[in-house]
Design a binder for this molecule. Sequence first.
Ligand SMILES: *[C@@H]1O[C@H](CO)[C@@H](O)[C@H](O)[C@H]1NC(C)=O
Ligand SMILES: *[C@@H]1O[C@H](CO)[C@@H](O)[C@H](O)[C@H]1NC(C)=O
Ligand SMILES: *[C@@H]1O[C@H](CO)[C@@H](O)[C@H](O)[C@H]1NC(C)=O
Ligand SMILES: *[C@@H]1O[C@H](CO)[C@@H](O)[C@H](O)[C@H]1NC(C)=O
Ligand SMILES: *[C@@H]1O[C@H](CO)[C@@H](O)[C@H](O)[C@H]1NC(C)=O
Ligand SMILES: *[C@@H]1O[C@H](CO)[C@@H](O)[C@H](O)[C@H]1NC(C)=O
Length: 404
Amino acid sequence: MNSILFFRCVYLIFILACIFEVGYGKTVFNVMNYGAIANGNTDNSKVFEYVFNIACQSKGINLVLIPWGIYLLRPIVLNGPCNGLLEFVIIGTLKAPTDKVFSINVDNWITFQHIDGLIITGGGKLDGQGPSAWNENNCSKDPNCKTLPISLRFNFVNNASISYLHSINSKEAHVNIWGCEHMKLNHISIIAPKDSPNTDGIRIGSSSNIEILNSIIATGDDCVAMSPGSKDIIIQNVKCGPGHGISVGSLGRLPNENDVSGLWVTNCTFIGTQNGLRVKTWATPYSSNVFNLTFEDIIMDNVNNPIIIDQQYCPRANCQKGDSQVHIRDVKFRNITGTSSSKIAVAFDCSKSKPCENIELKNINRTYNGAGGPATSLCSDAKGIAIGQQQPPSCIYHSLQHLY
Ligand SMILES: *[C@@H]1O[C@H](CO)[C@@H](O)[C@H](O)[C@H]1NC(C)=O
Ligand SMILES: *[C@@H]1O[C@H](CO)[C@@H](O)[C@H](O)[C@H]1NC(C)=O
Ligand SMILES: *[C@@H]1O[C@H](CO)[C@@H](O)[C@H](O)[C@H]1NC(C)=O
Ligand SMILES: *[C@@H]1O[C@H](CO)[C@@H](O)[C@H](O)[C@H]1NC(C)=O
Ligand SMILES: *[C@@H]1O[C@H](CO)[C@@H](O)[C@H](O)[C@H]1NC(C)=O
Ligand SMILES: *[C@@H]1O[C@H](CO)[C@@H](O)[C@H](O)[C@H]1NC(C)=O
């Protein structure tokens, strides 16, 4: 056999092996076999719902395949519980509609809910077509504004792995995780322009054991935002920017909010973000707790508020005035370096009646890249300890009884 033929054979066997591997032990449901039309103009939501339902009702491992092509998709809710494990392999691009009826009347585009055992992968793309709707967003003027659709919602989804997925130009947030447990998001890219309104990367609430790994998040709002009930969250090897940084909160806006605890942010980079690491609470009488947060090995370049605890968060005029009753404790900032685009590089504005406790600053090197002297810190009711290098000099109130 001549060598070219030989290599062709090896190649063919390789391809066949790959196809076999992907499908092995799994039942494959290719949306194209059920009438999907990948021309970018025909709505595929009925087909996707139908294919989801038959895959969801089957036992074993069921793979829904969305091959190469552009699929227009109106809002869909893919609702379990399912009888087996569900794998969504998105190779193509899913495109949201641009009409106003959709933007104004629903708050979701693609929702997965009540599913235990979900894999989404394939390297495909979700295009929220945000530019068609961003000018409808009047939330900066109207506190009771209607939110535009979030691209990808997970409600009550457990044991899920989301990987190799791109999300661009969501109308509102890109990904919302609510009531979920054991989810891993790995190799995700989330992109929207830096002036696009409320295009948060990933929002988490009432969820535990969520990992966000090896991802890029560049949007007009928070990189990752954690709301009440977020517990045991790991964010590792994530690049943020542009956007508003990694944020815990806002908390204390409503009564009876659940605590936020167990956050570990490590080996992350922030470039040109408005904030870096932020905890924000409203100054209301509503109490809850924030504890065991660790931020370590972080590089931030040209970040406006690199390290900030703001317990008088007030995004618009006429906020209630008083002391926040959200108690913040056991928060560690370790090995955080880079440049600050504002002079105050470390700001702890804590509550008078519920001071921040056990704040640890260890090896902080933040240089101010503007004119008018070096970076400074601001502390108000912040107790804890500063160890190692401190640039800017720490102003934390050392409270030895809290040493551990
Ligand atoms: C989901 O994870 C929980 C806890 O790890 C486990 O008990 C449960 O069996 C898992 N479900 C599936 C479908 O794997
Ligand atoms: C904001 O938009 C909604 C409808 O989209 C409208 O009802 C409301 O009056 C607007 N608010 C302001 C302050 O423009
Ligand atoms: C830190 O992140 C960089 C790039 O984002 C990656 O190459 C490196 O392996 C990561 N290191 C660790 C210890 O995770
Ligand atoms: C603190 O949070 C980390 C990261 O989520 C977790 O692994 C650890 O168990 C928590 N520690 C305590 C004492 O709860
Ligand atoms: C500090 O963090 C940077 C960036 O993640 C890392 O490269 C470096 O090794 C860390 N230094 C120490 C002493 O851990
Ligand atoms: C602190 O950071 C600046 C610039 O970011 C750098 O030039 C300087 O060497 C760093 N200092 C230490 C002690 O690491």
